[in-house]
Structures are given as C-alpha cells and as structure tokens.
Design a protein around this ligand. Structure first.
Ligand SMILES: [Mg+2]
Length: 300
C-alpha cells in the first residue's frame, strides 16, 4: 500500500499539483518558495505563501509560546524574502486544545508580532478552532517588482552558488530564533541580477537539488567550504535543515562584485560560495550521509 511516507513529500506535492488548471494570471505556481500571481497594477507581482507549524513536528509542547509564534511568522517571511519581495498582509489560523491557557495564546501573538510589527505586516484576519494538537498556520501576502524578482528556476550553467550564514544544528535553538534574511534578499535582488534564489528550510541536501532541478541543471559543490554552525560537522550543515538562510545563484562575473559589496553591506553575516551550477550530466553527488528533511520521513 502506498502511503504519504513511502512516496515522500516532493512526490506527494507533484501528484497533487501537476495537473491543476491555471490561467495566464499565474506567473509561478506550486514549486517555488511562494506563488507569484499578476498584481492589480503593472510593475508589481503578488506573492502568496501559506505555512504551518505543528506541535511535535516544528516545536514541542514545552516550547515557549512566544517562540512558537515567532517561528510561525518568521518562516513565511523567509519565503517572501526568498523571492526578493516585501511582506504585506497576513491571515492567522490557530488550532488549540480546549484546555489551552489564554496566556499561551497571548504569548503566541506576542511572538508573531515580534516579527510582523517591525516589518509593517498587517494582520488582517484568521480563524480559530479547537483540535487535538496545537497548529499555527499563517498565510502571507506580499509583493515584488515584476522586473526584479527571484525564482528557483532561473539558474544558468556556470552560476556561482552562495549561502548566507552558517548551517546545521538549528535544533539547538536557531529554528526558533532565526532572523529571516529579508533585508539581505531585498538588497540582493535590487542590486544584482540574481538568477535563482530560495531559503534553506529542509537542508541544503534537499533544497540545493530542488533549486538545480527547477533550473534544469545539476550542481557541483566543494564539500569542505560549507559554512558550519559551531559544534556541527559538514554532514550536519548539509542535511540538518531549518537554517532559513538564503541559497542563491549568480553569474561568475556578478559573484566577484557581490562578494566585495556584501562585506561592506553586511559585515556581520557570512557569505560563502559553495559551488556552482552545471549542465545535466555534469553534476557530482556529494558524499554526505545526511539527506535532509522530508515532512513524511526523516532522512531517506
Ligand atoms: Mg522556502
């Protein structure tokens, strides 16, 4: 019997989305960090994203509610950032047990607003229900210049691949406290021709092949240069996931200028070139044991 676990997350999503009818107002449908649809005015596209955090999967029962709310909002902001966009309006669906203390929900919203308020995100509605476990689901609408936005699919052969920050070990705390790379992504898209970009949510092991595949390419990485969080091996950095750093591809010529200007603009955030995109058939499969996060199975 086929189960969602036996086929895995990517195959499940493909099965559900491969034959959906879409008219010409859909610019990028399922398969990127956000959906991109035509905006009401020329010059801007709308970005749509929905995402959930679920108790036992994305946080534990004892996780402080403020951090749960923070994570739920930061994850969707990270996806709007991955397109080079600006987050605007949010809907929040909250499922809690009957016995949940009101204080838990208050603190959860504190965390949500800790991320949303400084960015100017309007929380414009939502839904509440009781359930057997706690789930926070956030839908976020954003927008982006129709002339300058980044998908996963625009990578070109020879492009340099970069990651921000350090990877691995987010389970020790970063998965709850990370800062979405919104300012950095907007700066990148505004200043440079970014061919492809995404945020790393399921680990480089899962997300880099997704970016390469969306671009119709493969990749070669230099395993020893992957930036590791403290106390992490490169194997963990490759596959742990929930880093919420940016992964992007630019031409080799852009890479030189970008590396110089990045240091001036973001002196406290590491930027590392980890490899490059290559044509199909020329890629090299890394030797790591850690295969990244799949929502229906751990590793593969
Ligand atoms: Mg993403």
């Amino acid at each position: 019997m086929q189960t969602v676990t036996s086929i895995g997350e990517d195959a499940l999503v493909r099965r559900l989305t491969s034959d959906l009818p879409q008219d010409e107002s859909v610019i990028a449908g399922p398969g990127d960090d956000c959906a991109v649809v035509a905006g009401p005015a020329n010059g801007r596209h709308l970005l749509m994203k929905t995402d959930s955090v679920v108790e036992h999967i994305h946080f534990l029962r004892e996780t402080p509610a403020r951090l749960v709310g923070r994570k739920a909002m930061a994850r969707v902001v990270s996806d709007i950032a991955a397109m080079g966009g600006q987050p605007r309006h949010a809907l929040i669906t909250l499922i809690v047990r009957r016995a949940t203390e009101v204080r838990f929900v208050d603190e959860l919203y504190q965390g949500i607003r800790e991320i949303a308020d400084p960015i100017g995100i309007n929380i414009v509605g939502g839904e509440t229900s009781r359930g057997d476990t706690t789930v926070v689901s956030i839908s976020l609408l954003g927008d982006v210049s129709s002339a300058r936005w980044a998908s996963r699919s625009g990578g070109k052969p020879g492009d340099a691949l970069f990651v921000t920050g350090c990877l691995g070990g987010s389970i020790k705390g970063k998965h709850l406290t990370f800062e979405p790379r919104l300012t950095e992504a907007q700066w990148l898209v505004k200043k440079f021709p970014v061919h492809a970009m995404m945020d790393i949510s399921d680990g480089l092991a899962k997300d880099l092949p997704r970016l390469a595949e969306a671009s119709g390419l493969e990749f070669i990485i230099e395993e020893s240069v992957i930036p590791c969080s403290s106390d992490c091996s490169t194997d963990q950095a490759w596959g742990d996931g929930e880093d919420y750093e940016l992964l992007f591809a630019v031409s080799p010529k852009t890479a030189e200028r970008l590396t110089r200007e990045w240091k001036d603009q973001f002196p406290d955030l590491l930027l590392t070139q980890i490899g490059h995109l290559v044509p199909i058939g020329s890629g090299v499969i890394p030797t790591f044991q850690n295969h990244g996060w799949d929502h229906f199975k751990r590793g593969a």
